[in-house]
Design a protein around this ligand. Structure first.
Ligand code: COA
Length: 185
């Protein structure tokens, strides 16, 4: 496989349409294979619109890193400052809220390059630890996050349309207690 030239930059509001489009295409990859199309469609219609991305990008609590390969958007990461799940006791309130790479580039180092950039972006924060939520059956993503120092620290529900999915909470700080959070039942 030839080495890929991935460009990673901070997205702006001008990227909102393209981010909505790629996120709608890639979101199902992180969900259980049997998620109903109507549940996926509902989540995408509510959460992954250009308006949502524009609002995220206008809010300085969020950073979107966009990956381009041959001038085409090939993935993105969204880092958000906000409340961490209450029981997790994460010292910093930085969430890696989205992390998606086009399937054509899985296993080719693009996700590694994006994660390096994510960690560099949060390195200047007072407490540069991150937390995230990932479908508990998404073994590839879980392996990837473990490779980058994240550890499972609890579970929480994640609502996709009407489908309540079980997620793992992962964080890079190793000291958190394991907790369970059920919020959509
Ligand atoms: C998650 C994602 C960003 C990881 O990028 P990637 O390029 O696939 O990751 P890598 O290949 O570098 O790492 C995946 C690791 O899991 C391993 N792996 C691959 N398939 C696996 C499987 N079915 N079960 C367990 N581990 C698996 C790989 O061997 C690799 O480990 P290694 O580098 O030590 O060999 C990418 O797969 C993706 O975008 N997936 C779809 C969207 C998604 O699920 N995002 C996360 C939402 S929270």
């Amino acid at each position: 496989m030839p080495e890929l030239e991935a460009q990673i930059r901070r997205a702006t509001t001008a990227d909102a349409e393209a981010l909505a489009s790629i996120s709608a295409a890639l979101f199902p990859l992180g969900c259980p294979a049997n998620t109903k199309p109507e549940d996926l469609a509902e989540y995408i219609r509510q959460e992954l619109t250009a308006e949502r991305f524009r609002a995220l990008l206008e809010d300085d609590r969020n950073v979107v890193l966009a990956v381009s390969i041959s001038n085409r958007l090939a993935g993105y990461a969204l880092i958000s400052r906000g409340s961490a799940p209450p029981h997790l006791q994460v010292p910093a309130e930085l969430e890696l809220r989205k992390f998606y790479i086009d399937a054509a580039y899985h296993g080719r180092g693009v996700a590694d390059a994006l994660m390096e950039k994510v960690l560099a972006t949060v390195a200047n924060e007072r407490e540069g630890t991150l937390w995230l939520s990932v479908f508990s059956g998404n073994e590839r993503a879980i392996s990837f996050y473990k490779k980058w120092g994240f550890r499972i620290a609890g579970t929480q529900d994640f609502l996709v349309g009407a489908d309540c999915q079980q997620d793992y909470l992962m964080q890079r700080a190793p000291s958190a207690n394991t907790k369970e959070i059920h919020q959509c039942k």
